[in-house]
Design a protein around this ligand. Structure first.
Ligand SMILES: *Cc1c(COP(=O)(O)O)cnc(C)c1O
Length: 351
């Protein structure tokens, strides 16, 4: 079965080889305080910064999922106020986690339409400490329009600009220096098995997390930073996925190259779908995601396409939430081999 599911998604075809090598090299039972682990973790800091163009003074840490990142962030800034711009299910969930830990009164929600850009200028008087954005809303295949982060920085110079970059990080080129906290789970654009996320902190975010450090929480960003200063984690991490992340990033081209490929594939998809008379859920080009496409059709047609695809060994993504029945999604993630895309195109041509 070849998968176009936007998470968990197709893993890099080299993964079985790397897993075998991890076993052969004793990585699978490696102690997470050993010099051998520290060497891998240290090398990963170097390689990920190089390949994803992350500034040297940022810190990259690992935890178990994007959902855990919501909790980590909320735990770390409990006396703070957060402002959430969202247009879909993931952004909304984030705001909900934040409300549970910070209290409703400290969370401002700014929902916006799926064809729109967030109205950042509306809440500049709210004195938010955290400005929360979702780079790619995987649920409805939208992304923040270009220039959003520049605008966020200038309108909210004091706030920590915090970005859920799941479905974007490692797939598209992102202006990392314009954000303070970035995070993404690895089963989307990183092309790895689920069960890990990376979280990236600017010097300002590191300072603030340490200033608010409460030792009561193992997953407080402060405890994660203290451990990562020695290239370690507060708990036994997903050593296999850390190793796989290192191996896949070592083999990957710089993000600028990957980003160009993803954009070209996305343009091809759009041309092809238009020729076939298949319609995208999102019409506004400025907010269409380059990494996830949502195609809208009648529920009967969606069911038929998904079933026929499955019979040919092709897994399409279901629509999400209110678009469950009348949409299907196609991941345009870097790990998907060109031959798989060709196979899906051939299938859709024959419909
Ligand atoms: C998939 C996804 C999540 C949740 O990831 P988990 O690894 O399941 O926690 C969060 N945000 C976005 C934008 C996603 O696409």
């Amino acid at each position: 079965m070849i998968s176009f599911y936007p998470g968990p998604s197709a893993v890099y075809p080299e993964i079985p080889l790397y897993v075998q090598q991890a076993y052969d090299e004793g990585i699978l039972s490696m102690n997470h305080r050993s010099p051998e682990f520290i060497a891998i973790s240290k090398e990963l800091q170097k390689v990920i910064k190089e390949k994803l163009e992350i500034p040297q003074d940022y810190m990259v840490m690992y935890c178990s999922s994007a959902t855990e990142c919501w909790e980590n962030i909320a735990q770390s800034f409990r006396s703070k106020k957060s402002l959430h711009f969202y247009n879909g299910a993931f952004g909304e969930k984030w705001a909900n986690y934040q409300k549970l830990l910070l209290g409703n009164e400290n969370v401002i929600e700014a929902p916006f339409g799926i064809e729109e850009a967030p109205a950042l200028e509306k809440f500049t008087n709210a004195q938010a400490d955290l400005l929360c954005l979702t780079q790619c809303e995987t649920s409805n295949a939208t992304q923040l329009p270009e220039g959003t982060l520049e605008q966020a920085r200038s309108l909210y110079p004091e706030a920590l600009v915090t970005i859920d970059a799941t479905s974007a990080l490692a797939g598209v080129q992102l202006p990392i220096a314009l954000g303070d906290i970035w995070y993404a789970s690895v089963q989307k654009c990183f092309g790895l098995p689920a069960g890990m996320a990376v979280i990236i902190l600017s010097p300002k975010a590191q300072q603030l997390a340490l200033a608010n450090f409460e030792a009561a929480h193992y997953n407080h960003l402060g405890s994660m930073i203290r451990q990562m200063e020695a290239f370690q984690t507060p708990y036994t991490p997903n050593v296999l996925n850390i190793y796989l992340l290192l191996r896949t990033l070592q083999a990957a081209p710089p993000i600028g190259i990957t980003s160009q490929r993803i954009r070209a594939q996305w343009q091809n998809w759009k041309t092809f779908l238009a020729q076939k008379g298949l319609k995208l859920l999102i019409k506004n080009e400025a907010v269409q995601s380059e990494t996830v496409l949502a195609i809208q059709a009648s529920p009967q047609k969606v069911t038929e396409i998904k079933q026929k695809a499955k019979a040919q060994g092709i897994l399409l993504g279901n629509g999400y939430g209110k678009w469950k029945d009348d949409c299907f999604r196609i991941a345009n993630f870097p790990a998907i081999p060109p031959e798989h895309i060709q196979k899906l195109i051939t299938f859709l041509e024959q419909l």
